[in-house]
Write a protein of this length. Structure first.
Length: 173
């Protein structure tokens, strides 16, 4: 989706379009606390989870003894972004099994042209297009060294995965 497609036909000159933008966020890898076979994954991709929720059951086998069931819990609340392994697969100690985005805490990093960047200020309203959705946002930080702005979403939680492209239009003041 191109940013200019988001702008209204009349008054389009009152919008400041980003050259490029990406959704970013805090991601947490849930790793195997011991080596073993994954017996159960208790969450699906896209599912919200609470801190300390049981996510994974792993069968840990020590040579010469019966397997011990090990439960792996969520270190934080958030949403499951990706399942790296499936039940029946072997997980080595420290290997990522799931990835969470922490508390659906995502934002947008947007780069602007030099002339447009000079027109930006913290607190300006914006529209972000990503994942087939249009979302209200606000400029929350400016990085003059690399002509970037950080935009926070007005309404939370936002279930967008970090790493996807976005289009950004900031309303000129």
């Amino acid at each position: 989706m191109h940013a200019i497609a988001l702008a209204p036909r009349s008054g389009a000159e009152s919008w400041i379009a980003a050259v490029e933008a990406t959704v970013d966020g805090r991601v947490v890898d849930i790793t195997a606390t011991r080596s073993g076979r994954i017996d159960r994954l208790l969450v699906a991709e896209g599912e919200p989870v609470r801190k300390a929720a049981r996510l994974i059951e792993l069968d840990h086998a020590v040579s010469g003894s019966l397997p011990v069931r090990v439960a792996i819990h969520a270190p934080t609340s958030g949403r499951v972004l990706k399942r790296h392994l499936m039940p029946g697969e072997w997980a080595s100690f420290g290997q990522p099994i799931l990835t969470l985005v922490e508390d659906d805490d995502v934002w947008v990093l947007a780069r602007f042209g030099a002339g447009d960047f000079e027109r930006l200020c913290i607190g300006q309203s914006a529209v972000v297009g990503s994942g087939g959705r249009l979302l209200a946002a606000m400029v929350s930080a400016l990085g003059p060294g690399d002509l970037t702005a950080v935009l926070d979403f007005v309404l939370r939680p936002v279930a967008l995965p970090p790493g996807i492209d976005a289009s950004v239009l900031v309303i000129a003041s």
